[in-house]
Design a protein. Structure first.
Length: 272
């Protein structure tokens, strides 16, 4: 018996990285998965996004754990597409109990050649994916969670950037910083809104995680950058995706039945 047997998890940004890790661990513990990813590049983001093949690999990993997986291509900025993906998954798997608002991007464009228009476009996409996208995810899932009458758990992927200032002045990284702060307010508000229905809403705040989002030639987390000059109390450089997944597993489990509205740092003491 797994601690998540009979539950269904809706995960955005599930094509690779943290999203795939979360899908895999929750499946190991008994959950079926609705895996959603944009599977298309975003013009302002200089590194390639996950592909349809990546999303199919996430499904393979979930199914290898003996669980069912429904995949959908949808942009979290498009609330209609996101709702369609959710409703298809619910029809196939019988409901939704766990929601992981995980989709994110990390891009910077700090050079002097950056135009105001380019900076604004970078900002808009960062806010669109990680703040509007979180709102859209909360909005499309709230009614099914309430109507089912069996409670549920939502976890939003934050960042240490949502607990302290982090920017190099570029539109993309400033948008990342603002979005990660803003989603804390969204999560707290939805925790109050959904609490009477036994739906819990929390945020997990990792430090740098060893995924393609920071391991690419355009990453603002490259060695020697101002953003890399951080102090962590514990001798930890980067987390592995499963480190975040394990924290999320606890938050969505019945063991955390009385935990809602919190910001859980998984950051080796970076914010101390």
């Amino acid at each position: 018996m797994g601690q998540l047997d009979g539950k269904v998890a809706f995960i955005t940004g599930a094509g690779r990285g943290q999203g795939r890790s979360h899908a895999a661990l929750l499946a190991e513990h008994g959950a079926d998965v609705i895996a959603v990813d944009v599977c298309a590049d975003i013009p302002t983001v200089p590194y390639p996004m996950a592909t349809a093949d990546d999303l199919a690999e996430t499904a393979r990993v979930v199914e290898a754990a003996g669980r069912r997986c429904v995949t959908a291509v949808a942009d979290v900025r498009d609330i209609a597409a996101l709702d369609k993906a959710l409703q298809h998954g619910i029809a196939e798997l019988g409901g939704v109990d766990i929601v992981l608002a995980n989709a994110g991007v990390l891009h910077s464009d700090p050079g002097a050649e950056t135009t105001l228009e380019r900076s604004a476009a970078n900002w808009a996409d960062a806010i669109g994916v990680m703040l509007t996208g979180v709102f859209n995810t909360l909005k499309v899932t709230e009614r099914p969670l309430i109507d089912q009458g069996r409670g549920g758990s939502i976890v939003v992927t934050g960042s240490t950037a949502g607990l302290k200032g982090m920017t190099d002045g570029s539109g993309g990284l400033s948008g990342y910083n603002a979005a990660k702060h803003g989603l804390v307010g969204l999560a707290k508000g939805w925790a109050r809104l959904l609490g009477p229905h036994s739906v819990r809403v929390n945020v997990v705040h990792p430090t740098a995680v060893d995924t393609f989002m920071i391991n690419n030639p355009h990453s603002p987390m490259t060695d020697g950058s101002r953003l890399q000059q951080v102090t962590r109390v514990l001798p930890v450089d980067r987390l592995q995706p499963v480190d975040v997944s394990r924290a999320i597993l606890w938050l969505v489990s019945d063991e955390a039945y009385a935990v809602t509205g919190i910001s859980l740092p998984v950051e080796a003491g970076m914010t101390l």
